[in-house]
Design a protein around this ligand. Structure first.
Ligand SMILES: Nc1ncnc2c1ncn2[C@@H]1O[C@H](COP(=O)(O)OP(=O)(O)OP(=O)(O)O)[C@@H](O)[C@H]1O
Length: 258
């Protein structure tokens, strides 16, 4: 069993805390979905959780180890990040870009081997980009680059996968594909943290939901405990109404135009 836990996690860019005393937990096989309005601190939180920002207050524990004490190579064996940055401009082919994601598993003197290449091929097929295997990243669309970024994280075979709005540039079919991947990997025992602007994604994949609220509080609980018309309308400061969809067998959240 593997877990990521924060205790009173706070982070400030200058003096004022952007995230304040966040107590969050996710463990093997669980999906935690983070929701919150624009500018509330989702990316900041994700950058702290994934080790990009180390000047945080409080603690972030991967199992019993403090995140900032873990060396970068060891960390990349445990944790993979899909950042919000969709605009990767490299002339590497998709295949080579993903193969580079295996570099933490080799010394500087050893080359990626056949197993690495096989894994990269499998991941390319899982993200549905077989026909772009030899295409350079700079010639791909925003959505294709976002899928490539997800693939790059998957080839690390992490114990925890942290994703910042992984479906923001994707059409419905690819959103479903990514959400199915999230479910598949969590069923395989991977812990997943993802942020999104779509509460419906939380009802589809989340085991727990974390809300970053305006007054800088963080609330985490089960989907049923946390997601309601009232909590979401307050969160986004706009009326949100859910209806139970018989075909989908779940609540669907919609925005009201007023
Ligand atoms: N490098 C930075 N320096 C100073 N302030 C920053 C920096 N990056 C972000 N901020 C501020 O921190 C706050 C949180 O930003 P963050 O990107 O974490 O929000 P977010 O919830 O991910 O937003 P969005 O949904 O719009 O992507 C915002 O007010 C933003 O202006």
């Amino acid at each position: 069993m593997f877990s990521l836990t924060t205790n009173n996690l706070s982070f400030a860019y200058k003096d004022l805390n952007t995230i304040d005393h966040v107590n969050l937990q996710v463990k093997s096989g669980e999906v935690l979905v983070i929701l919150g309005p624009n500018g509330i601190g989702k990316s900041t939180l994700i950058n702290c959780l994934s080790g990009v920002f180390s000047k945080y207050q409080g603690s972030i524990k991967l199992d019993n180890e403090e995140l900032k004490q873990i060396g970068s190579k060891e960390l990349s064996h445990k944790l993979a990040l899909v950042s919000q940055r969709v605009n990767i401009n490299t002339n590497l082919s998709l295949f080579d870009y993903l193969l580079l994601g295996r570099s933490a598993f080799h010394s500087i003197f050893s080359q990626p081997n056949k197993d690495d290449e096989k894994l990269v091929d499998q991941v390319i097929s899982r993200i549905g980009l077989e026909n772009l295997k030899s295409t350079s990243l700079q010639n791909m669309s925003g959505g294709q680059k976002q899928l490539a970024n997800i693939g790059r994280a998957l080839v690390q075979e992490p114990k925890i996968l942290i994703m910042d709005e992984p479906t923001s540039a994707l059409d419905y079919k690819n959103q479903v594909n990514v959400l199915k991947l999230v479910k598949t990997f969590s069923n395989q025992g991977i812990a997943i943290v993802m942020s999104t602007h779509d509460p419906n994604q939380a009802t589809m994949v989340a085991d727990s939901v974390g809300l970053l609220v305006n007054n800088k509080t963080y609330r985490q609980g089960s989907t049923e405990e946390i997601l309601s018309d009232k909590s979401l309308s307050e969160l986004y400061q706009t009326p949100i109404i859910s209806t139970f969809n018989e075909d989908l067998q779940r609540n669907v959240f919609g925005i009201e135009m007023g």
